[in-house]
Design a protein. Structure first.
Length: 281
């Protein structure tokens, strides 16, 4: 009887160990699948990126050891001290500035939205919006329909025959974004696009543009000096150090489906702000 009881206990122990092993196995499989899924969604990968400026006075390192993976549909906010290389990083991603070390893999087309709208006064809003299509010689029926849909959807259809000076600052920024979206880029690079606007307009326009980018299912990287704006718009915030800029911290942001303006009134907004502020103290 004692031998039988011992065998039963061993059998129960083996079952328990087997269950734990199976559970651990499933955790490993889940982790591997999650990693593979994340890698498959990656639209931009930056590895060990360095960049230096060269002048008669010598070499100045602007960026060093930048490692970042951006997944499709993400909105990344980039913050850091003045002169740390935020805009330089966007310029490198856009292919306008060659790297001096490391590499990045960009499997996407790029749309670049600068600090000012750069709308031409001698062209109507419609003619400004289709300018990129004209330059690339892709002014097709399909693309024209897309432009008309964007103008109507985002409230500029009634103003398409107006000149830029006849529009408010917020409407001009919307027109500039539609000009960028007309080319249907995979990634939008936003280099302080709201900095020329007054505070109230800035809040409203950043909310509009954040919602437009989400509706159009675009991946976006935003450079900003405004910490509140970074939190209100981003899914993740990349914090760069002082020059030479390197990634000091990445903060995950989760407000569910709240709009940028709604995020600012959410109770967790202050918690994110304090966490971000500590990166600069």
């Amino acid at each position: 009887m004692a031998g039988l009881s011992l065998r039963r206990r061993r059998l129960q122990t083996d079952k328990l160990r087997g269950g734990r092993t199976l559970c651990a196995f499933f955790h490993i499989i889940r982790y591997i699948l999650k990693r593979q899924g994340s890698e498959e969604m990656a639209i931009l990968t930056i590895k060990d990126l360095d960049f230096s400026y060269h002048s008669p006075q010598g070499e100045t390192k602007a960026l060093t050891d930048i490692n970042l993976t951006v997944n499709e549909g993400e909105f990344i906010s980039i913050v850091g001290p003045s002169g740390c290389g935020k805009s330089t990083l966007l310029s490198i991603i856009a292919g306008l500035t060659p790297v001096t070390g490391g590499f990045f893999v960009n499997n996407a087309t790029i749309g670049y939205m600068l600090q000012r709208d750069h709308l031409f006064e001698w062209r109507t809003i419609y003619d400004n919006v289709i300018l990129g299509l004209e330059i690339k010689k892709i002014l097709t029926h399909e693309n024209i329909e897309r432009v008309n849909r964007l103008l109507e959807r985002y409230g500029l259809e009634a103003f398409k025959d107006k000149r830029p000076s006849e529009l408010s600052g917020g409407m001009r920024q919307r027109a500039a974004l539609i000009r960028t979206l007309a080319l249907n880029p995979d990634i939008l690079l936003l280099d302080e696009p709201f900095s020329a606007l007054d505070y109230q307009t800035r809040l409203r326009v950043s909310d509009d543009i954040g919602e437009i980018i989400k509706e159009e299912k675009k991946t976006a990287l935003l450079v900003t000096h405004d910490l509140s704006e970074a939190i209100a718009m981003g899914d993740r915030i990349v914090v760069l150090s002082e020059r030479p800029g390197t990634i000091k911290k990445i903060i995950d942001i989760d407000f569910g489906s709240l709009s940028p303006l709604e995020r600012r009134n959410a109770p967790e907004f202050q918690e994110y702000f304090h966490e971000l502020w500590r990166c600069f103290s």
